[in-house]
Design a protein around this ligand. Structure first.
Ligand code: PLP
Length: 402
């Protein structure tokens, strides 16, 4: 008998299951709208020119393959913090941000979850929006936090359930941790307005909650780095202490390079030294130290004015291409096909994903009849659409809802 004879079969990952069904489909019209990775106007993976230039500059420096330190490349982490918090951030100018490189956004969240589980001096419960990125739930549970939820999505309006959100945060126990998607909420594509963020900040202050921002899409949502950092910077300006998980997967297209950062605002440089020491104690037995290449690329781009400007136009190009697809779908459904229902939400949502409002039977029909694959609750990755397939997509949606 094998040692592992009693290991039970686990469920497949819901998103990767979609890709498998897509791969098995032989129809030339097939479209994969499951996976959240950017595709160019020909449906192909896209390596940014600024990234290629950064790689050339790095190759010319002929770097060695030595280990990075436990918390990663120092130029990278300081530039990542600058990108998130902004040059005029008070904790940044005071040397009061503790930051470490991480294995992309997921690793940043996991370091943060573990740090809170170990050092947060209050009850260790974290409130996640419903719905949220599917991986948040097992990630924070495995970190040792108690996972709870707050309302976020209103099915009827296909918009933000702001009343539900406020009621749930007001009812949360003092000092609870609240996870906030900094921009481009995944999976709904629905973000609070700046005014709503200000109200959320007031409630977080009143209830003494601890805000933990997941910032996986800075720049990728609106095309503007500062605009997408509004929530984080507003909270910091309001005097909150925050935790921030950053990813460079989407905004630099560094998916497989696993480039990210985790940071905490702290009281002063003395406290920073203590917090840094504990971050190292968490990271060292987990993976010892992070990979170097992606951090070198991001650092090169963020630290060079010409490359930075080039990168900014490329991020805006990606965001704008997605926004143009939203407008195209809206216009075909509403004006050309007069499809039943309202479709404004597709145009108003932001970032990589859209909650279409399609029901499970409709998404099933789209897969079976039109070879279009998305999650069963109707989330589509906008990046999978392009000039060559958006009309076929809209026509197929029209048939599915009639
Ligand atoms: N957080 C959210 C909301 C995401 O959508 C993602 C990726 O899809 C991540 C974090 C982390 O991604 P990565 O670990 O590739 O940076």
């Amino acid at each position: 008998l094998s040692t592992w004879a009693s290991v039970v079969q686990g469920p497949p990952d819901p998103i990767l299951g979609i890709t498998e069904a897509f791969k098995a489909d032989k129809d030339p019209r097939k479209i994969n709208l499951g996976v959240g990775a950017y595709r160019d106007e020909h449906g192909k993976p896209y390596v940014l020119q600024s990234v290629k230039k950064a790689e050339e500059a790095i190759a010319a420096q002929n770097p060695d393959k030595e280990y990075l330190g436990i918390t990663g490349l120092p130029e990278f982490t300081s530039r990542a913090a600058l990108l998130a918090y902004g040059a005029d951030s008070d904790p940044l100018t005071r040397g009061a941000i503790s930051v470490t490189q991480s294995i992309s956004g997921t690793g940043a969240l996991r370091i943060g979850g573990t740090f809170l589980a170990r050092h947060y001096p209050h009850a260790k419960a974290i409130y996640l929006p419903t719905p949220t990125w599917g991986n948040h739930i097992p990630l924070f549970r495995d970190s040792g936090l108690e996972v709870r939820s707050y309302r976020y999505f209103n099915k009827d309006t296909i918009g933000l359930d702001f009343e539900g959100l406020k009621a749930d945060l007001l009812a949360a126990p003092e000092h609870a941790v609240v996870l906030l998607h900094a921009c481009a909420h995944n999976p709904t594509g629905i973000d609070p307005t700046p005014e709503q963020w200000a109200t959320i900040s007031d409630i977080v202050k009143e209830r003494k909650l601890f805000p933990f921002f997941d910032m996986a899409y800075q720049g990728f949502a609106s095309g503007n780095i500062a605009r997408d950092a509004f929530a984080v910077r507003h909270f910091v300006a309001q005097g909150h202490q925050v935790a921030v998980a950053q990813s460079f997967a989407k905004n630099m297209g560094l998916y497989g390079e696993r480039t990210g950062a985790f940071s905490l605002t702290v009281a002063d440089p003395e406290e920073k030294a203590r917090v840094d020491s504990q971050l190292k104690i968490i990271i060292r037995p987990m993976y010892s130290n992070p990979p170097a290449h992606g951090a070198r690329i991001a650092s090169q781009i963020l630290g060079d004015a010409t490359l930075y400007a080039h990168w900014e136009t490329e991020v805006k190009g990606m965001a704008d291409r997605i926004i143009s697809m939203r407008e195209k779908i809206y216009s075909i459904l509403t004006h050309d096909l007069k499809t039943p229902g309202t479709w404004d939400h597709i145009k108003n949502q932001i970032g990589m994903f859209s909650y279409t409002g399609l029901k499970p039977d409709q998404t099933k029909a789209l897969a079976e009849k039109a070879h279009i694959y998305m999650t069963s609750e109707g989330r589509i990755s906008m990046a999978g659409l392009n000039g060559g397939n958006v009309e076929y997509f809209a026509e197929s949606v029209d048939s599915a809802v009639r």
